[in-house]
Structures are given as C-alpha cells and as structure tokens.
Design a protein around this ligand. Structure first.
Ligand SMILES: Nc1nc2c(ncn2[C@@H]2O[C@H](COP(=O)(O)O[C@H]3[C@@H](O)[C@H](n4cnc5c(=O)[nH]c(N)nc54)O[C@@H]3COP(=O)(O)O)[C@@H](O)[C@H]2O)c(=O)[nH]1
Length: 772
C-alpha cells in the first residue's frame, strides 16, 4: 500500500472518529443543556407556586389577623351573640376587591366550640374532639397558618387567637380559602396545575367538592385541566418524583411540589405542567447548530488538508508505481525476450552441434532463393552424408560418434564463408547453402571439404577418418523451392553413395560432367597463365584501296599442353564466367603493348594495334592505374593503341561505360566498338561514347552483297559512322565481292580471311614487311 493511500485512509478514519466523537459530544451537550433547561423550568415553576402559596397563606393569615382585632368579632365573642356576625359579606368583598376568591370564616370559642360558620348556619359543635389543630390552639393559643384537608376539599387555612382587652384568650378566628386564584395565576404564567390530595385523606373527604378520585387520590381541580387528569390516570405522572418529568406522548413537562400535612405525612401534590412546545429551546438549538457548523468546518478543513496531502502523496505514489511498473515490465519483457530467444534457438538449432536444424535450414534457404531470384544469381545446396558413420558408432561408441559430429560441424563452419549456412538435419546428415555462386565454385567448396576431411579426427586417442558422400542441387535449374532443392540434393547424395562414396554428384548427371570439365579448365587456365601457354596472334586490318596494313587485332590463342592449340571460343566465355578473364586480359594487354613497343622500335608499320578487353576488366578497380603504369613503363605510343570493346557489353550499363571509356580515352588510347550492330546500341549513347571506330559484325558481312537486308544494315552502319564522324571497319570479310561492296559503300578498312587469318608474331612481322 502506498504512502498516499495510507494518508487517505488515516485521514478519513480521523474524520470519522472526529465526527463520531463530536456527534456524541453534541448530543450529550444538547441533552445536558436540555436537562438543565427542564430543571430550570421545573425549578421556576415550583418557585412560582411556592411564592404564590406563601402569598396566599400570608393573605389568608392577614385576613385572619385583621379579623382577630375586629371589635365586632371581639364583642360578639365576649357577649356570645354569635348570630350577629355577618362575615359572608366580607367573603364577597374580598372576592370583589382582592385576589382572594372563595374565602370562608369560622369562629371558635375558647372551649373549641364552633360558634360561627360563614358558609353555613350550623354551629355549637365542639371541634376539639376531631380537630387536632383546634385542640392544640385551645391549649396553647398561637397564630397558625397552614394548608389542610377538610371533609370538603383542601384549603389554605389560618387560625388566629382572639384576646379581649385584658389579653384573655376568648376564641379563634379561622380563615379558609380555596386554591382557585393560585391555579389561575399560574395559568397566566403559562403553567397548568393539578392539585391532588394524598390518598390517606380519602375517608376524610366525605363531602368532597370535585368528587373525582384517581386511585383514591383526590383531584381538587379536575375542571381546570383535563389533559393532566388523564395523564395522572394513565400513570404518566410520578407524584413522588422530586425532579421534572417529560410526557412525550402529550408533549408536556411536569414537576410535582409535594406538601406535607401537620402530621408530617404527604398531604397534597401540586402537579405543574408546561407544554414542551412552549419551552424556548432556541438557545440550545443555536448552540447545537453552532457545534455542528464548527464540526462541518473542521471536517471540510481536514478533508481539504487530507486531499492536499493525499494528492501530493498520491502523485508521488503513482509516479513510484509507474516507475516500478515500468521496471517490472522491462524486466519481464527482457525475461520474455530471453526466453523467447532461447525457445526460438532451441526450435531452430540442433542440440548436439548447435548448428541450425532442418527448420532453420529451410527458412534460410527460402531467403537465399528470394535473394537469388532478385539478383538473377544461382545458389548451391549441398547434402552431405557421413560415410560409414554407423560403423564408427558401433566401433567406438555413441559418445565418440557424438563428439565426431560436433567436431565435423566445427570444421564445416570453418571451411565455408560467413554468408553460407551449415545445418545438421539428421543423425549424420549435414546440409550447406552456398548463396550467390555457380557450379564450379560449389565444387570448389566440396573439394575443400574433402581436402579437410583428409585430416583425421583424434578422438579418445584414436585417429578417425571421416568421408562424405555429397549431393548438389543448383537453384534454379534443379528446383525453385527449398523442399525441391533439398530433395534433389538428397537424391544426388544417394547417387554419390552409389558411386562408391567419398565423392560428390550434381542432381543433374550431365552437369556433374560439365562442371568437372570446367573445373579442370579453371585449373588449366590458371596453370596456363602461370606457364606462359597463352600466345597473342595478330590479324591484319587492310586498307582495301592501298592494300597496306591499316592496323592489327591481337587475338589470344592457347597452346594447351594436352589439347593443342585452343581458340578463344573454347575458354574465353568460361573465363568470363569464373572471373579469370581479367587476368587473361591483363596478360594480353601487357604482352601486346610490349610487342607494339618492340615493333615500333624495329620500324614496323603496324597501324593501330587493337586489343580485346572485356568490360569485367574495364570495370575492375585498378584497371586505369594498371593501364597507366603499363604505358609509363613501356613508353608505348598510345596513338597506336586501340581497345576493342563488345557493343553488347558496353550497352549493359552505358552510363558507367561512358565514364570508364572517357578515362581510357584521356590516356590517348582509341576505342573501337566490336561486333557493332549486335548490341542494340542506343543512338543517344553512341553519340556520348568516347569511341573512334565502329567494327561491323561478321554476321552482317557474310551474305553481302547478296542479301538485301544485310546490305541495307551494312549501308546504314557505314552511313551512321560517317555522320558521327567515326572510323569504320568490317570484320569477317572473306570474299572479293564483299570487299568491293564495302569499298563501294565507303568502308575501306577490311579485316578478314580474304586478306589474312590471325598470324603468329613471326608471320605477322613477315606480313607487315610485305604490306607495310
Ligand atoms: N577478352 C578477349 N577476348 C578475345 C581475345 N582474343 C580473342 N577474343 C575474343 O574471342 C573472339 C573470337 O576470336 P578468334 O577466335 O580469334 O576469332 C577472331 C578471328 O579469328 C575471326 N575472324 C577474322 N576474320 C575472319 C573471317 O574472315 N572469317 C571467320 N570465320 N572468322 C574470322 O574473328 C575473330 C575476330 O573477331 P573480332 O574480335 O570481333 O574482330 C573475338 O571475337 C574476341 O571477342 C583476347 O585476348 N581477349
């Protein structure tokens, strides 16, 4: 897991914890504030009630005290004329002018007998028998203010002793008042009040006013609040609770003020209520909202902070991950490439010798064929089968056999060129691709192999001689596809086996012979050049009008040690094919230039001596420098030197030929186009070529002047030479008619048997003396 992600998770967790704790704190804070609010309201309601009770008690006491000093009351008590008392009027006045509603009076004499009741005419009954407070007052008269429960209801009560002028106790003024005003005053303050008398007064309230009891609890003012009565009936109000109570069902807050009686037992309960909806909770909600707002702001701040830290870290993390990924991808790619290379290598190579196997061989052969096709070249396929390999295996064991195969493959690779492919396609079968080659060179490679195999392989201290039977197929005469070439080489290999092993065979039997001959020729030419078997013959060129020598053409002859005198046609084309023509040309150039120098020195009239040069020689890298050196060394008169180049060879690459011929021309040497008319010269090139002479090919001369077509061709060539201001010569002239025709047409330089064949040096010297 990245650092950025850790920061993110930690941050979110932190926010969640903060939000959680803050929520709990907020709720607790709201709860405690609500509790406090309810407690305050509860306390306020109680205080309000207590104050009202106190006020009411004091008011009732004050009325009692005032009456105790009233003369009429005093007189009446002393005279016992009680019926004269009219205190109900006082009740009415109080109701009218004060907040004291429903006030009653009772006058009790010093013996405890009720002598007057303002609410009834009943009197004369002694109260000490059943009223403890009255008995107490009689014994010890003193002012008493209390709340008490009678047989009608619960009331405020004051008892004030009355004294005569001699301070003798003569009676008691008892003032009674109901709670109505108190309830209505609380209502004004927004509180509903239910006054409940404890159940142990149940029996005492024989003439109860409200007549409503709930579980023997007397409800003093049921008419004031029906909801409260029902809540009490439904036990939603706990009378003994000394704190507030919440009635969520009806939406009220209750608080109970308990008042004990004179006997210290619970006497009455004032249930004060306030609708929850009227309690001002705005301060609490405001505080709650402020806390939430602060919380939200802190969370947003933390979120932003975390986002910034996270994004910074995340970018780093992504970058690290990318780098890591790149590294991993690179490593894996390298690994895969290595594995793939290894797999490819194994799929394409022989495990014993590490040589290409058959698959790779066929693939390489396919490529070589494509290349040969494009370049118009041939290629050779060798199929080598070890002779008597089974015997070697059986005699020396498989390990030696394997080692032999390994060593053979090493040697084969050393013998061939880098471009060649050696493959092992079977137990003792090897194949070789020799691109861009011909039959002769193929055989040379095979013979090199045979030569190398003459060296024994020393394995486990034993000299082992290995020989091969080799089959050869050549693209494209023996096949144009890898399969066919391989199959034909294989077939040829079997022929080689049948021919007694340790030999090679071309797929085409005649070719084997031909190649053998050519190979022999190759060796012979090299030896001939070394041994001075080649000789220059010279054929005179005659000016038919003067019959004098106009020039000489050097023509090669080969004094073959076994075959006698050989003409160029028997070896020049082959020498061109295998590249030896350049050495032959060099030999002729050197030899003829020196001969020319010699003849000139001797005073022979040679005219221009023309030497045949192949374009291979012309195009060779050092041709110009060699020629230059030769001229320098021999001090030959280059005006007497002419090179004859075949038209067909020039026209293979005329642009290139132009450059070379120009450089030759710059040395003062003339250039003649040989066999003109057969090489399809383009007139535009002809104009550009730095040549000075055209030689009409013998094939056009043979049938003139009889053949009209040849006559027309010869005329055209002569006319072309004239127009291009080139010299003209005809070759292969054998008859007088041909001479006459040519002279008549304007070609006076004649070469041919009519005048002379090619002559040896001595013969030529004699000819020149005669026609010089
Ligand atoms: N690169 C080199 N090419 C050479 C060289 N020497 C010769 N050649 C090439 O060989 C071609 C054949 O030459 P050759 O066999 O010597 O024949 C020449 C003449 O003997 C023959 N000739 C001449 N007159 C007649 C004739 O009246 N009748 C007839 N049947 N043959 C005749 O023609 C050959 C000369 O031809 P050309 O060279 O075209 O003038 C030869 O064509 C050369 O291309 C060499 O040293 N290097």
């Amino acid at each position: 897991m990245g650092r950025g992600f850790k920061v993110f998770v930690t941050g979110i967790t932190l926010i969640a914890v903060i939000v959680g704790f803050s929520y709990i704190y907020t709720m607790q804070r709201v709860d405690s504030m609500t509790v406090k609010k309810y407690l305050d309201i509860s306390q306020e309601m109680r205080s309000e009630l207590e104050l009202l009770i106190q006020e009411k008690s004091e008011a009732v006491l004050l009325v009692g005290l005032t009456l105790s000093h009233d003369k009429t009351v005093n007189t009446l008590l002393r005279s016992k004329k009680y019926n004269k008392l009219q205190l109900d009027n006082l009740s009415r006045l109080l109701q009218k002018y004060t907040s004291l509603k429903n006030v009653w009076f009772q006058i009790i004499d010093k013996h405890g007998t009720s002598v007057y009741r303002s609410w009834t005419s009943k009197h004369g009954d002694n109260l000490t028998d059943f009223r403890l407070d009255v008995a107490k007052m009689i014994r010890l008269p003193k002012v008493m203010s209390t709340i008490s429960v009678g047989k009608f209801d619960m009331t405020f009560k004051s008892m004030v002793p009355v004294y005569d002028k001699y301070d003798r106790f003569i009676g008691i003024i008892e003032t009674l008042a109901k709670f109505d005003s108190l309830v209505s005053k609380l209502k004004i303050k927004g509180y509903e009040t239910l006054i409940i008398v404890d159940k142990h007064y149940r029996d005492q309230l024989t003439e109860s006013i409200s007549n409503v009891f709930v579980d023997d609890y007397y409800i003093a003012n049921p008419q004031d609040n029906d909801t409260l009565v029902k809540a009490f009936q439904n036990h939603l109000i706990d009378l003994n609770s000394d704190t507030y109570q919440i009635d969520k069902q009806d939406g009220y807050l209750y608080t109970v003020l308990k008042i004990d009686g004179i006997d210290n037992r619970p006497m009455a309960y004032f249930v004060i209520s306030k609708p929850l909806s009227e309690i001002d909770m705005s301060a609490i909600y405001e505080t709650r909202d402020n806390i939430i707002k602060t919380l939200v702001l802190i969370s947003i701040f933390l979120l932003v902070l975390i986002y910034i830290i996270y994004s910074v870290n995340y970018k780093k993390f992504i970058q690290q991950q990318n780098e890591l990924l790149e590294e991993t991808v690179e490593e894996k790619t390298e690994e895969l490439q290595k594995q793939s290379k290894k797999m490819q290598y194994l799929a394409h190579h022989d495990s014993l010798t590490a040589l290409p196997n058959k698959n790779l061989f066929l693939d390489r052969l396919k490529q070589a064929i494509k290349h040969a096709k494009r370049q118009h070249n041939s290629l050779g396929v060798l199929f080598l089968d070890l002779d008597r390999f089974k015997e070697i295996n059986d005699t020396y064991g498989h390990d030696v056999g394997d080692e032999l195969l390994r060593r053979i493959s090493q040697r084969l690779q050393e013998i061939v060129r880098d471009d060649d492919t050696v493959a092992r396609i079977g137990g003792d079968e090897f194949t070789v691709i020799l691109p861009n080659t011909d039959q002769v060179n193929v055989v040379k490679v095979v013979e090199k192999i045979f030569e190398d195999m003459k060296r024994p392989f020393i394995l486990s201290g034993v000299d082992i001689h290995a020989t091969f039977s080799v089959g050869i197929s050549i693209y494209k005469q023996d096949g144009e596809t890898p399969d066919i070439l391989l199959r034909n080489a294989d077939t040829a290999m079997y022929k080689a086996k049948d021919s007694g092993k340790n030999t090679y065979q071309f797929y085409n039997q005649q070719m084997t012979e031909l190649v053998r001959k050519r190979l022999q020729l190759d060796t012979d030419i090299r030896n001939g050049l070394k041994n001075g078997e080649f000789e220059a013959y010279y054929q005179p060129k005659i000016d038919a009008t003067t019959l004098r020598v106009a020039g000489l053409e050097a023509l090669i002859r080969w004094n073959h040690p076994t075959k006698g005198l050989l003409y160029p046609v028997e070896f020049i084309p082959f020498a061109e094919e295998i590249g030896l023509i350049t050495e032959i040309d060099q030999y002729m150039l050197t030899h003829c230039v020196n001969q020319l120098v010699e003849w000139e020195a001797a005073g022979y009239h040679t005219g221009k001596l023309s030497i045949n040069v192949s374009t291979k020689k012309l195009e060779s890298d050092n041709f110009r420098s060699e020629l230059y050196r030769l001229i320098e060394k021999s001090r030959v008169n280059t005006d007497l030197l002419e090179l004859e180049i075949l038209e067909s060879q020039i026209m293979r690459d005329p642009e290139h030929s132009i450059d070379i011929l120009r450089s030759v021309r710059s040395l003062g040497i003339s250039i003649s186009i040989d066999d003109f008319g057969t090489g399809y010269s383009s007139l535009s090139y002809l104009k550009k070529l730095p040549v000075s002479k055209l030689k009409i090919d013998r094939s056009f001369i043979i049938d003139v002047p009889e053949d009209e077509d040849d006559v027309a061709i010869v005329r055209t060539i002569i006319s072309l030479a004239k127009n291009l201001k080139l010299e003209i010569i005809a070759e292969g002239v054998e008859t007088e008619g041909q001479v006459e025709f040519l002279v008549q047409e304007g070609c006076r330089n004649i070469q041919g048997y009519y005048y002379s064949k090619a002559l040896t040096k001595t013969e030529c010297e004699a000819f020149m003396k005669k026609h010089g």
